[in-house]
Design a protein around this ligand. Structure first.
Ligand code: TPP
Ligand code: MG
Length: 649
């Protein structure tokens, strides 16, 4: 289908309209970032009207190009574009409610709020890394779309850009075009105050094709985009020299316009300089509406035809069939001894056959994490079919790329590493939770039982820390069977991210494990004696469940009433109805012992009575020694758990 090119004069008028709209929005809100929208308006308008394959009337068209504004502070620009494009989601009234409670035009663009916004951005650098994930998924999907990422000096400075772009270059990830809004200004002033590296040579050394242009010269932008979109064999970086605050009479080229409204006078000056009526606000000339409408109409025709020709590609991630997953699970015999990381590997492989959309890898620890999909093949330079990815030692990029893969649609991205390094991934896990994206993280070596590697490698506060992220579901299974059920629950959870914590060391396969119990976060795995106010109630997770059971059995042998609750997912348990929670952890059972090889933080919520609640938890960092020695030193022995229980029994 031939596409009518939008000419330079029309582009300029459209870009200037966007500049005025953005400044009006920001002035009205008395809050926002005008500098980047004004600086990037020409680049963004040119892309939108002449290159971006995006149908505003079918924003989920699977063949669409993916567009990311990694510097989410340019949100006004995003909203102005979506408004003009005619998705219908952003009316002029909505633009006037920029940054107000309940508006779709939130401070930074959020996936889910504005249909067509692919990923939430704002934490600098993550958008670029998610763009790598989107581009990787695009290659895997075979739909042939491109991924365009706008990024700025801040994105370039962030460590994650080095991680993600180095990987993208190594993999020769073509179809990805990053447009670098190079205005040499950040909040504190000149970017050179803190960064003088040569971005061109940096990216060339990663294996990227680097192009450059004047970001305000439409002919040059057009030429560069054309070359970039045709380039095969490597990702492309377009270094576009721009002026922050372009058009603002006194604040252009100055950090002053980065994050503060221009204000009435400066905005009038901006409009006058751009040939607009200084007294008119939220104004869009008819010609500008017309060019956006014409582009949208063309795109809609293309998308419709594409959908007719590819009815099999829906772009949706299907929720897997529960019964099929359960039937495929390996069975573990009580009494056997299996590290939950090993069980994790077996279970994951059994389920991966039924869930072809599962793709991901490890940050160079796959043999330890046990997260290789056997026979799945690897993503390699120029070859993207494999289901396994060598992320390299790049945990944060791994998590953000997994988010990009998941956000593309039709895939579930996962990443894995040692649990202690989950901190390196946390910002991206948080963003997944905010986006309600069902990415998966697998963390092996989940406690001081790591042993000889010592405290640098022994997570202590990490369970508590992950449990604080709203919307994240964590699983710390007690044994191989719970691990199997946890995997099923992670795959069924399509409304947010999940994490699985597994042991390095062997743990016994337990009796009494119940799928319903894992699905509900916590359940009674063992009890003895007449259950009532005198029962000693143990609540434990992961490798400490078998320890609690052993201690409970010792007390039971003396005729005491005991109960052990396994709580693989604290947040799922807390989300259950009162009846379930009360049946598992009855309020009248106030004698409680909580056992977890992590800090006590968070567990006080489970104390019915402080005087009769005891904790076998970690008070500080771990240490370097054989883990059996550490278990003695830190009190994770049957003897100590029994002794602790006796204090209240
Ligand atoms: C991870 C992270 N750190 C800090 C910030 C706060 N911040 C927002 S924009 C910005 C400066 C970005 O500079 P640049 O990308 O050059 O944007 P420009 O000033 O050119 O618009 C900073 C530090 C952030 N959003 N994310
Ligand atoms: Mg800048």
């Amino acid at each position: 289908m031939s596409m009518k090119k939008i000419h330079e004069e029309q582009l300029r008028l459209a870009a200037n309209t966007i500049r005025c709209l953005c400044s009006d929005m920001i002035d009205q809100a008395k809050s926002g970032h005008p500098g980047a929208p004004l600086g990037m308006a020409d680049l963004a308008t040119s892309l939108w009207l002449n290159f971006l394959n995006f149908d505003p009337l079918d924003v989920k068209w699977p063949g669409r190009d993916r567009l990311v504004f990694s510097g989410g502070h340019a949100s006004a620009l995003v909203y102005a574009l979506f408004h003009l494009s005619g998705t219908g989601a952003l009316s002029m009234d909505e633009l006037k409610r920029f940054r107000q409670y309940g508006s779709r035009c939130a401070g930074h663009p959020e996936r889910g709020l504005v249909p067509g916004v692919e990923v939430t951005t704002g934490p600098l650098g993550q958008g670029l890394a998610m763009g790598v994930g989107l581009a990787l998924a695009a290659k895997k999907s075979g739909v042939g779309c491109r991924t365009w990422v706008f990024c700025g000096d801040g994105d370039m400075e962030e460590g994650i850009s080095h991680e993600a772009c180095s990987l993208a270059g190594t993999m020769k990830l073509d179809g990805l075009v990053a447009v670098y809004d190079c205005n040499d200004i950040t909040i504190e002033g000149a970017a050179t105050l803190s960064s003088t590296d040569d971005v061109r040579r940096r990216f060339e050394s990663y294996g990227w094709k680097v192009m450059s242009c004047d970001g305000h010269d439409f002919a040059a932008i057009d030429r560069t985009y054309r070359n970039a979109s045709r380039f095969a064999g490597a990702p492309v970086l377009v270094i576009a020299k721009t002026h922050i605050g372009f058009g603002a009479p006194t604040k252009h080229d100055s950090a002053d316009c980065h994050g503060a409204p221009l204000g009435a006078e400066e905005t009038k000056g901006l409009k006058a300089a751009l040939g607009f009526d200084p007294e008119r606000s939220f104004y869009v000339p008819d010609e500008v509406r017309a060019v956006f409408e014409s582009r949208a109409a063309t795109m809609h025709r293309i998308a419709k035809r594409w959908r007719r020709e590819h009815p099999e590609i829906t772009g949706e991630t299907k929720a897997p069939d529960y019964m099929k997953l359960v039937e495929a699970l390996p069975k573990y015999e009580p009494g056997a001894s299996v590290a939950t990381r090993s069980a994790c590997g077996e279970v994951m492989n059994a389920l991966a056959k039924l869930v072809p959309e599962l793709v991901g890898g490890s940050a160079d620890l796959a043999p330890s994490n046990k997260t290789v999909i056997k026979d799945g093949g690897y993503v390699a330079p120029g070859s993207f079919e494999g289901r396994n990815i060598h992320f390299g030692i790049r945990e944060l990029a791994m998590a953000a790329i997994a988010n990009g893969i998941t956000a593309f649609g039709g895939f579930r991205g996962f990443g894995s590493t040692f649990f202690v390094f989950s901190d390196y991934m946390r910002p991206a896990i948080r963003l997944a939770a905010l986006m309600k994206l069902p990415s998966i993280s697998v963390f092996s070596h989940d406690s001081f039982y790591v042993g000889e590697d010592g405290p640098t490698h022994e997570p202590v506060e990490h369970l508590a820390a992950l449990r604080t992220i709203p919307g994240l579901v964590t699983f710390r299974p007690a044994d191989a069977t719970e691990t199997a059920y946890a995997w099923v629950e992670m795959l069924l959870n399509t409304s947010g991210p999940s994490c699985l914590m597994t042991t390095r060391q062997n743990v016994p396969v337990l009796e009494g494990v119940r799928h319903e119990g894992v699905a509900k976060g916590g359940y009674t795995i063992f009890e003895s004696g007449s259950q009532g106010a005198d029962t000693v109630l143990f609540i434990a997770t992961g490798s400490e469940v078998s320890l609690a059971i052993a201690a409970a059995k010792e007390l039971a042998a003396e005729g005491r009433a005991v109960r052990v609750v396994s709580m693989p997912s604290v947040e799922l348990f807390l989300a259950q109805r009162q009846e379930w929670r009360e049946s598992v952890v009855p309020s009248m059972m106030t004698k409680r012992v909580i056992v977890e090889a992590g800090v006590r933080f968070g567990w006080d919520a489970f104390a019915a009575d402080r005087r009769t609640t005891r904790y076998v938890t970690m008070d500080g960092f771990g240490a370097s020694a054989p883990y059996k020695v550490l278990a003695e030193k830190f009190g994770f022995t049957v003897e100590n758990v029994v002794k602790t229980a006796r204090e209240i029994a």
